[in-house]
Design a binder for this molecule. Sequence first.
Ligand SMILES: [Zn+2]
Length: 316
Amino acid sequence: MNKKFLLLIGTIWFFILLTGISIESSTASLQAGRESNLIPEFSGKNAYAYLVKQCDFGPRNPGSAGHKLCRDYLIKTFQQFADKVSTQPFILSYGSPPKQAKCTNIIARFQPEKSNRILLCAHWDTRPWADKDPDPQNRDKPILGANDGASGVAVLLEIAKIIHRNKPKTGIDIVLFDGEDSGVGGSSKEWIQGSSFFAKNLGPKDRPVFGILIDMIGDADLEVYKEANSWRYARPVVEKIWKKAAELDISDFKPKVKYSMLDDHIPLLEAGIPCIDLIDFDYEYWHTIEDTPDKCSSKSLENIGRLLVNIIYSHE
Ligand SMILES: [Zn+2]
């Protein structure tokens, strides 16, 4: 080994050391919780673990044992991250003959003193019946809801953790709606009961600048089309999201309007809040007992999470 070679190795080590120090100090300043313009990383792997954790409670349809366990878990998890966690209990009426169940919207607020706010939401309950299952014998069974229920919540739990560590300039409200998926007919009164209750009880100071609902975004084969009601009533928000997705090179976002959804964004739109629905409705396991974690991927969760994090941290 000659001297020049040693000098070269020494120089390389010096640079590695320097880079290491600068990476460490930027992480430290992020963790201090100061407001920052840096865009934090979103881990799809962590989000996927949150998806599996919810499914481990079993089906989370209102009134079930899994529903109760999952509610307590979600509240406890948010309490680790949010500045303020509150719950909104309400009674769900569903099924025929009609039944009732106790339901709970879960609200996590970050920097509640800020008036400039973004709302992020998803439903956490799962459907009581797999009525789209190809096997008629399964149609009375509750679904596990890995994609339809757990996926949106999983991304929002990971985002809550990120916001806790890196204060954005904007106030954030994360709301998990209950009682979304127990409808049987086409009437909105049967579906989306948690978001309807939330919108009805929204105080004048709680109104966000805009909202983003995520639902069924865990599909391993993710394709998100523009949703018709979002496009019609909250077009600037749709355009903002699709523009950011293009900037980030996320090809799961398709430029066409495809489905018109009766989903949790509707009561918010009716209350005058521009809230859009990010949903992949082309999911062959929808409302079947096959809606299980193996049909979902950490990559899909990561793409949605990365996009939302970029929206949060670039918003002034
Ligand atoms: Zn559903």
